[in-house]
Write a protein that binds this ligand. Structure first.
Ligand code: GTP
Length: 363
């Protein structure tokens, strides 16, 4: 059900989703899909984002992408949830960073109303209505959603007083963070921000724009309460899946099976499991995965169309789409196996091994 957000009558509320980065830290899985299409509990992250925007009454989502990301997104056919979807494409071979795409989309966003900008690589239960309200109330130029974390040093960290941000420090050195409140990667921006971003340049909104707005005392912040997960690195991607799984707990229960599914786990459609296999806890298994007998899978994500043969063990790993894991193979903690990889029988992958797409591993 869609709610309405605070805006002038007749104006549409727009959100720009930044989704044209290269996701280098998520290789090899990002060699074959953009970050925003990584499944979170068997549903593309972008679908979760569309659902939340739509629920909060946003009318239009503009995807800031590169040509390849656009191709993948169009191919995936994500339900639009009543949103109008548009694309703003970075120039060929010229990534624009996290700020340049905002300027690039100026015409599509328009200059009449504040708009939302969000990173397409975060799972966040943000109340966008509240963020827009805070922005209007504080008359800020930009309002950032803020999230409390234990270790803030790999993010943009703020010093907050009431709703006003006094300092914004991008990735501070250890011990130098002004608080535990970080930029959650979602903002409301006033159209005046377009004047702070040069055209056609690679600009970082965090390093090049926010510090200038802070200096003028026009940067606001709103602390968000819900679940917030960045999926930038493989371990974070796995943790995000586990955290979301904890909120939905949709383990298929079938008492009469000859295999065991430990909760919480999520099995998508058409998953087959052989006898005496133990799946979970925290096994997230995509569509059409075939699991043999006496297989053990825990704390892992298995993407769709993969085959896992008898007696294989997968622990704390991520296995790409259409992969083949041979009989008695062992895939250990932190391993990331690309799409269409073939792991032969009895192969053991050491911890944190990464295998590029379509490789064959024989020993
Ligand atoms: P790494 O290479 O692993 O650092 O990832 P990234 O550069 O893809 O992501 P980063 O966390 O730096 O960016 C935050 C968000 O901005 C992500 O949703 C990216 O897809 C997006 N983004 C980053 N660079 C660009 C860009 O040049 N153009 C566009 N359109 N989006 C970008």
């Amino acid at each position: 059900m869609r709610d309405s957000v605070p805006h002038n009558q007749g104006d549409v509320v727009k959100a720009l989703i930044l989704a044209g980065g290269f996701a280098t830290r998520l290789r090899p899985l990002s060699c074959t899909r953009p970050k925003t299409l990584f499944p979170i509990v068997n549903k593309p992250l972008l679908q979760w984002i569309f659902e939340r925007l739509s629920k909060d009454g946003i009318d239009e989502a503009i995807l800031a992408v590169n040509a390849l990301t656009k191709f993948y997104i169009k191919q995936t056919k994500i339900p639009k949830q009543g949103l109008k979807i548009k694309f703003s494409v970075d120039p060929p071979k010229k990534p624009l960073g996290t700020g340049g795409p905002i300027k690039k989309a100026e015409k599509l966003l328009g200059r009449s109303e504040p708009f939302i900008v969000l990173n397409g690589d975060i799972y966040a239960e943000i109340d966008y209505k509240k963020l827009l309200e805070t922005h209007k109330k504080t008359k800020a130029l930009a309002t950032i959603a803020l999230c409390k974390v234990e270790d803030p040093c790999s993010f943009g960290v703020v010093e907050l007083e009431e709703n006003k941000i006094r300092r914004f420090v991008e990735k501070p050195a250890r011990g130098q963070a002004p608080s535990d409140l970080i930029n959650a990667g979602a903002y409301v921006l006033d159209p005046e921000v377009f004047d702070y971003i040069p055209k056609g340049k690679h600009i970082s909104i965090e390093r090049d724009v926010f510090p200038k707005i802070v200096e003028q005392g026009r940067l606001s912040g709103l602390i968000i309460e819900g679940l917030w997960k960045d999926i930038g690195k493989p371990q974070e991607y796995l943790e995000a899946n586990k955290a979301v799984l904890d909120t939905i707990k949709n383990t298929k229960k079938d008492e009469k099976t000859c295999f065991k599914v430990n909760s919480p786990s999520a099995l998508d459609k058409d998953v087959s499991i052989g006898e005496k296999s133990v799946i979970g806890p925290y096994a997230i298994v995509g569509r059409n995965v075939k699991i043999g007998k006496c297989v053990s899978i825990s704390n892992s994500i298995i993407l769709s169309d993969t085959e896992i043969c008898d007696y294989a063990t997968i622990k704390g790993a991520i296995i790409g789409e259409g992969a083949h894991i041979g009989e008695s193979a062992k895939i250990n903690n932190g391993c990331v196996v690309g799409d269409k990889v073939k792991i032969k029988d009895k192969v053991q992958l050491n911890e944190k091994t990464k295998v590029c797409p379509a490789k064959e591993i024989n020993f």
